[in-house]
Design a protein around this ligand. Structure first.
Ligand SMILES: [Zn+2]
Length: 276
């Protein structure tokens, strides 16, 4: 079934594993991720950022996933880093089962108010909401300015907003890491001890398997992988083109990209489900 993130993540929290959330860009990455889910039999979240939605149009991705999905295992269709109420509403209207409202750049009160507004809009429709507190590096902040999520703030934020899951800042960054990042696994544990809802880790591409496993053990139930999947797609595309230098039919070289995405997604799914 196509369900909301809440269903998948509460199961994961109980089961001690994490659900990977894959950022897709096109038909080929959707096919690759769905094949990985089918092959492993484990739930996944398929998500898009607003920039992708601008590229392909909001209705396109939900329709694509729904048309290609074969019914097993359970998945969710999620908006990653929604910036305002309008884009969350547009995604819900297009069939998304989950949205993230990212007010993390706002002062605490404004973030809580904005997040609550999306929760009030989404919950009556059965749609899950992810919020964010603290900062995740990369696009949002330079490394020096990363602000870890405070335990007490997280507690208050969840109580005030009624959000279903919370992305926290613990040292991860979006994009490609320049050095070895320091991830505050102890902070994840401290927040998980006080906050009942599933916690979300962004910026996992490039973290070692050991760090990912430690984060799951500490209480992370959803992990976002965007860069790693885009890298796999691009590598596969290059391979397809160089193996078929005279090809002009995309159906000749794009299957290489699908297969690299599938392969990368399968490895990530197995890593996230190590304790399942
Ligand atoms: Zn993110």
């Amino acid at each position: 079934m196509i369900v909301g993130n809440k269903v998948l993540l509460c199961e994961a929290k109980k089961g001690g594993y994490a659900v990977p959330a894959f950022n897709v860009d096109n038909l080929e990455s959707v096919i690759g991720v769905l094949r990985a889910a089918e092959n492993t039999g484990r739930p996944v979240i398929i998500q898009t950022i607003p920039r992708t939605l601008k590229y392909g149009g909001i209705p396109a991705y939900s329709a694509l996933v729904r048309a290609l999905y074969k019914g097993n295992p359970d998945i969710a269709i999620h908006l990653d880093h929604g910036g305002d109420v309008a884009i969350c509403k547009a995604c819900i209207d297009a069939g998304y089962t989950s949205v993230m409202i990212d007010g993390s750049a706002l002062p605490f009160d404004d973030n809580a108010r904005l997040t609550k507004e999306v929760v009030d809009l989404a919950h009556p429709l059965g749609v899950s909401v992810e919020g964010e507190l603290g900062t995740i590096g990369g696009k949002e902040e330079t490394e020096a300015k990363i602000r870890y999520t405070e335990v007490a703030e997280a507690e208050e934020f969840v109580a005030r907003t009624g959000v279903d899951s919370l992305a926290i800042g613990v040292g991860t960054a979006h994009g490609v890491y320049k050095g070895v990042p320091h991830i505050a696994v102890d902070r994840i544990e401290e927040i998980a001890a006080k906050v009942d809802i599933p916690l979300v880790l962004h910026g996992a591409s490039g973290l070692s398997d050991e760090v990912v496993t430690a984060c799951i053990k500490a209480g992370i139930s959803k992990i976002n992988f965007a860069t790693q999947l885009r890298q796999a797609f691009t590598q596969g595309l290059k391979e397809g083109l160089s193996a078929n230098p005279d090809a002009f039919d995309p159906k000749v070289y794009l299957p290489y990209a699908i297969d690299r995405v599938r392969e990368a997604a399968e490895a990530i799914i197995l890593l996230c489900n190590k304790n399942a």
